[in-house]
Design a protein around this ligand. Structure first.
Ligand SMILES: [Zn+2]
Length: 137
């Protein structure tokens, strides 16, 4: 089952519309999907009281961005909330770090490519491919 279905209760919806995740879906290439899947599952696992919402999942400047929002979170007075907040931040930061060494296209070892007019984390093969398709435009 895909992430959007599996974690339906965690997809952020705001009444006035303009909800990035429902609108654009998971906006990364397939090489990062295992990363995103694992991250979402790990968050769901520790989010016992269902306070985390997934707002947007995308690539930016060659790295994974996983934006969340918390409902009814009180990190100043509730130690459990503070713990949850810290744990979620840590998980996200680990996955984002991992994305910078994972080819976004195929999931093999990759590197941030930023010497061109674009930034993307890719393996050598996909860097070549990406360059070719980009230079034709
Ligand atoms: Zn690749």
């Amino acid at each position: 089952m895909n992430l959007m279905k599996r974690h339906q209760d965690k997809i952020y919806y705001e009444g006035s519309g303009n909800n990035p995740l429902p609108m654009y879906g998971i906006a990364v290439d397939s090489g990062w999907m295992p990363l995103v899947d694992t991250l979402a599952d790990k968050i769901a696992e520790i989010d016992i009281d269902n306070k985390v919402r997934f707002v947007q999942i995308k690539e930016k400047f060659g790295g994974l961005r996983f934006y969340t929002q918390f409902v009814n979170l009180n990190i100043k007075e509730n130690a459990k909330d503070k713990e949850l907040w810290d744990a979620v931040c840590k998980l996200i930061s680990e996955a984002e770090t991992q994305s910078y060494i994972t080819c976004e296209v195929c999931g093999q070892m990759g590197k941030l490519r930023n010497k061109f007019r674009w930034m993307k984390t890719l393996c050598d093969d996909h860097t070549e491919e990406y360059r070719k398709t980009r230079s034709l435009k």
